[in-house]
Design a binder for this molecule. Sequence first.
Ligand code: ADP
Ligand code: ZN
Length: 720
Amino acid sequence: MNQTAQILFPVNVSTAFDYAVPDGLSLARGDFVFAPIGKQMKLGVVWSLNSNEANAERQLKSIVDRKATRPLPSEMLDFIDWTARYNGASPGNVLRMVMRNYKALDPSAVVTLYRPSGDAPKNLTTSRAAVLREGGPWPARASEAAARAGVSSGVVKGLVKAGGLVAESGPVDPPFEHPDPDHPGRKLTARQRAAGDDLVEQVKARTFNVSLLDGVTGSGKTEVYFEAVAQALRQGRQCLILVPEITLTQAGLRRFKERFGAEPASWHSQMGDAARRRVWREVAQGRCKLVVGARSALYLPFSNLGLIVVDEEHDTSYKQEEGVIYNARDMAVVRGLVSGHSVILASATPSLESLHNARTGKFSHVVLPERPGAAVLPDIALVDLKDHPPEKGAYISQPLLDAIKEVTDRGEQALLYLNRRGYAPLIICRTCGEKLKSPDTDSWLVQHKRTGRAMCHLTGFSMPMPKHCPKCQSEDSLASVGPGVERIAEEAQAAFPHARVEVLSSDTAGNPVELAERMRRMERGEIDILVGTQMVVKGHNFPRLTFVGVVDGDLGLAGGDPRAGERTYQTLVQVAGRAGRADKPGRALIQTHQPEHEALVALAAGDRDLFIGVELAMRDMLGLPPFGKLAAVIFWGHDPAKVDDLAKKFLNAAPRAEGIEILGPSEAPIGRLRGLYRRRLFIRADANVNLSKYMQAWRAKVRPPSKYKIQIDIDPQSFM
Ligand code: ADP
Ligand code: ZN
């Protein structure tokens, strides 16, 4: 018999390649195999098999061997194909995302582990006592126990000799604890219980279905979707909870532990190789039942998935913008479809797409209209900056100052929100007008006072704040224009000299430990006025926070993003929702120059339906999502003229089709990024067009010169 196998390799290839299967090798779809590609031997995956006589004459290279490990589940292969097809990506690149942790295909290495013997050691020094007290959870490696107890590994070894610890062998990557669905949880309110029951029914159905869990901020959405998670766990299936990367904090994970009695596996971009390997292996084996992760957790090789929850489904961080471009929220729905299970999208400010799907019956709509107990939603009002201009050189208007005084006098907390890191977004020379610019990117340098540097926020480039203007050499001529959080904090501190003012942004809380520490200080009331960026918006509860002041309500409205109004509305609802979470009512004031903008009007009126109505009508008229489709094409390269040529050539190759509009090409707003020039095309399509397929056919017609790149972005979220 002449069997051929189609092998997909985890490299940039658009298709699986044919190989001959040697006699005696029995293969199945999803098996990992070694096969020659070029001069190399590579690990790939069997995508399909056939015993096609037509291939008998062809001289095919032969597969060398099968790797003795679990195959990739068939639904995972389907999901990879879907992802590639939908996003116009190459299947090989998608497979590469899945196989990045291929070392986890091998069984865990066995190492020596220790646990307390139960006997008192011969000589119990203080450091040995520390190991016994703080070295666990047991069994542990000597180095882990030592690190946890804050002693050297030598102490642990000494303790073994002294009889306080015994050695055993075990896997270096231990399994995760089993979550217990019936661990006693919080008592739900009647409304929460009803919502939870709806979601549980969906999970019980064991079919593909999507629910939009639409609940106001602080309504207990997490508690409610925990019920659905419990149900899937009772069925013995795996659960994946996707969260925006920055909410993946210890405090967030603690809630899972409280509800299910076990720490879930977590997955995020900052974890090390060993931790990744452990999660990947345990998920692949089906032993790890509960994963809380950032978007890429969607590409873990679950073998028995029963539920995906996408928390804060409206969040833009679900869109991966590099490598394979995909939206994890949409792909979560695809994953549910492929494996036939429930998907829950949760948000206080759902995307218009999801709301539209709920209204048209594609998703079921589960609503939580109120906060539990005495907590009420904050009262939101606008401050028209024309009527209340801040003093010259200042950015906080009198109404905000009054409100801050009022709450801090009562011993409560205030939050000032401005989504701008650093001190000032622009540095300009008073003598010659020069603006400090990033060396290889079209972006202004941002002044950071705390570090004394000028920084490019797009690339991370930074340099010490210059003393002289780089153009005219004038000394002390550089002026800071506009506010960032550092400057607002300075202004707040000057206005309230006795208040404890702190800044929270990715600069001041760069690592998770520091962030958690600052959050705890805020929770304990050790901060009076917190000035924060987007970082404070997500998923934190500060019981004493009763006032939120938005420094610039217009910030998100500029630029070419058709979702600008929606984003502004979502962000401001979320920011305002930080106020008044416990028994104290909260209030929010939004400074704006456009008090007539429909997003702001609806916000102040507390009338979401008003906003959604206006916004949907406008999208309908313009044929924008959810009534039409969008795609972007970005062309990249070193020589601007050649990038222009490439864009024109691409435009000319556009396949003819009904219901397609093409805009561009034009220079992207960020015309140069890290030294590469960028041009952009937008494609708008009617709802009935298969835009992915159209783009793929188009893309196949043009080959960029080497080192030039054509990037397809289906349903773009970024318009820079
Ligand atoms: P959301 O995700 O909707 O913003 P959370 O699930 O985070 O809401 O709940 C908000 C706060 O209210 C949390 O501190 C949570 O512990 C608390 N909470 C929610 N439901 C209940 C309940 N039934 N009883 C007591 N506290 C609750
Ligand atoms: Zn100058």
